[in-house]
Write a protein that binds this ligand. Sequence first.
Ligand SMILES: [Mg+2]
Length: 140
Amino acid sequence: MSEPSSRPAPGTSRPAPAAPSSPASQSGDLTVARLQRRLAEFASARDWGQYHTPKNLAAALSVEAAELVEIFQWLTPEESARVMARPDMAHRVEDEVADVFAYLLQFCEVLGVDALQALSSKIDRNEKRFPTTGTGHSME
Ligand SMILES: [Mg+2]
């Protein structure tokens, strides 16, 4: 069995909610490890693991990030700031966020990268690299 060429859904088939809501209200019982396990089981059940090389997953991640950018491509800054107030647009944004996150988690799993630790370490480095000036602006 091969992964469909029309680009498969990288995550589960569970539909996104009809309207945006607080992330905390929906993700309270979710963990990165649990989501990675579900993604691995989803791919394994379809024999897609053979395609999930680091190269392919990095490419898929880039494509999904571009799909997120495409939503905002011709919007004004003001329109982009209000995008989640439009249910049709909010659904598309959430769908692409899920695709990006799914491929990022799968990429991290195949390479053994702890995404949360990597992010925490990066924030630590950036806090040292860009110290605050006390004005709220670090680029002065
Ligand atoms: Mg997508």
